[in-house]
Design a protein around this ligand. Structure first.
Ligand code: HXC
Length: 503
């Protein structure tokens, strides 16, 4: 069961090293570089008397707002204080957050929200609701301009969940944070369904099932450390480059074992992250949405000290097939990187989109279109690498040159074709095989012939759809150099009021 009691001095001390400060301050102390946090609006109080609220005017009104530095760069942050009126959001509380969003957007610096609140302050009625609206609008206007990270530390109910949902990343603290539009009590009265808060909107639900949460952490400390880690990859705003980190990992590091990570049989699964990790700078991989739609991997990493976004099919799960959830996950990540100017690198090994009625009924068409849309729209430097299978629509969709990749590479093991050998032979030669003296032998012969002809990168390279077929050991060097060549890339989209994402 969720523990929502005010933090003990020991909990606060574990977070910030200090037991004498309120929980919200302790969380902010943990987020920011030591001694760098300056609070704004500590004296603000609400102006409501209804329901005994007049006697409960607490300076700060249940939210601590301000700015400080994270690894030397300015970040704005707010933390709701559940010990003040349940962290509920009234007019003054909302105004503090809205002003902070304005400041962050104007200053071109990220904002981190530490959420721990019973939602709209009931005693303030429509003023509380108006406050949420003011926050949502600012969050959307700042979207794509500055990074926005939500850390959900406690309850987050009702329309309040749209605050993190509108931001770029949501981090939840397991068995402590809950997010739902309608809480268990209301659910019970409306639908007679008996459900716990955890089952309705706990960390497992949102990190594993809905994709609402990008990260699930065990403690507040870990969640805040994750936000700090995330900020290391992100520029302060879309107007400036991402932070570069010194690295002693050479781009021509010996990768002679890399090709062997790909199993000899195309039917044997493997973990694509083992390959991605080797190509990136040592220890630089930070996986996003690790528990959701694991058939595609999205992650931040660095190459030659420069942050990149990675999108990789994962043959370990569903043979790496794309489906609705994977398409949504990858599309969102691509757009997040593109918005702030982070280059994208794809690692492709995909047999296609998952076929079947379930998937069609999920809306595979419109979700797959989101992925296509995101790649077609992205104007950052883009390098694609095909490891093995790149079949059919999935070949086009997964960062092919046709949808805007700048540089397309392939390993010799790449299989770029309309479909795999068995399916192709079944469609093309079914009758001939059935009529053969030895149908099994004829089938095998036809499949081998198809594989020899089509399951290679040869035809694509001859057409210029692949720029180079490279031995695996050259992968890191080639990608690093391609990204260096592309660093000055500009490719603005034609003007429009705004583009229109598929639903
Ligand atoms: C005013 C609130 C409050 C709220 C909690 N409190 N939520 N006060 N408005 N929304 C107060 C409680 O009265 C209590 O005050 C103190 O905070 C602690 O709350 P408890 O219930 O004792 O704590 P706990 O048992 O830990 O439960 C926490 C909780 C629960 C799960 C968050 O309080 C709860 O269900 N609150 C309501 C959640 C909700 O439905 N919110 C509205 C969503 S609608 P005292 O004085 O006793 O210490 C919404 C609209 C947004 O947010 C619209 C945007 C478009």
């Amino acid at each position: 069961m969720t523990d929502r009691s005010p933090a003990t001095p020991a909990e606060r001390a574990a977070l910030s090293g200090r037991s004498d400060i309120p929980l919200a301050h302790a969380r902010l102390e943990t987020l920011f570089d030591a001694g760098s946090f300056d609070e704004i609006g500590a004296d603000v109080v609400h102006r409501v008397d209804a329901f005994g609220l007049g006697e409960r005017r607490i300076p700060g009104d249940g939210v601590v707002t301000g700015a400080g530095t994270v690894e030397g760069r300015t970040v704005f942050a707010y933390a709701q204080d559940r010990t003040v009126l349940g962290g509920s959001l009234g007019e003054a509380h909302a105004m503090k957050i809205a002003r902070l969003l304005d400041l962050a957007d104007r200053a071109g610096a990220p904002i981190v929200a530490l959420l721990d609140s019973g939602g709209a302050r009931i005693q303030e009625g429509v003023d509380a609701l108006a406050g949420y609206g003011e926050i949502f609008r600012r969050s959307v206007r700042a979207s794509g301009r500055i990074p926005q990270i939500a850390i959900v530390c406690g309850p987050c109910a009702g329309g309040a969940v749209y605050s993190p949902a509108l931001m770029d990343f949501t981090i939840m603290v397991d068995r402590q944070a809950t997010m739902f539009l309608t809480g268990p009590r209301v659910v019970r009265t409306v639908t007679f369904e008996d459900v716990t808060a955890e089952a309705l909107g706990g960390g497992e639900v949102h990190a594993g099932r809905t994709g609402v949460a990008h990260f699930l952490c065990d403690t507040d400390t870990e969640a805040i450390a994750t936000a700090r880690a995330l900020l290391r990859y992100l520029p302060s705003s879309a107007a400036v480059p991402a932070p570069q980190h010194a690295t002693d990992d050479p781009i021509d590091r010996d990768l002679s074992g890399l090709g062997a990570l790909l199993p000899a049989s195309a039917r044997t699964p493997y973990d694509v992250r083992d390959i991605v990790r080797e190509v990136l700078d040592r220890d630089s991989l930070l996986e996003v949405h690790a528990r959701w739609a694991a058939n595609v991997v999205v992650a931040f990493g660095r190459i030659a000290g420069h942050p990149v976004g990675v999108v990789a099919n994962q043959p370990l799960v569903q043979a790496g097939c794309l489906d609705s959830a994977a398409s949504r996950k990858a599309a969102r990540f691509i757009r997040t990187c593109d918005a702030v100017g982070l280059p994208l690198v794809s690692f492709v090994d995909v047999p296609g989109f998952l076929p079947g009625r379930d998937e069609e009924l999920q809306g595979a068409i419109t979700h797959g279109a989101k992925l296509l849309y995101a790649w077609c729209e992205a104007t950052v430097p883009r390098v694609g690498l095909i490891l093995r299978k790149a079949y059919g629509g999935a070949y086009i969709v997964m960062n092919s040159k046709h949808v805007g990749a700048d540089v397309a590479l392939a390993w010799p093991s790449a299989e770029i074709a309309v479909m795999g050998a068995r399916g192709a032979v079944e469609v093309l030669l079914r009758r001939r095989i059935a009529a053969a003296d030895d149908p099994a032998a004829e089938q095998a012969r036809a499949e081998a012939e198809y594989a020899e002809h089509f399951l290679t990168p040869r035809q694509a390279a001859e057409r210029g759809h692949i720029d180079a077929v490279i031995p695996p050991e050259e992968t890191r060097r080639r990608i690093a150099r391609a990204l260096a060549h592309l660093r000055g890339k500009t490719d603005p989209l034609p003007p429009a009021r705004h583009r229109n994402m598929p639903t």
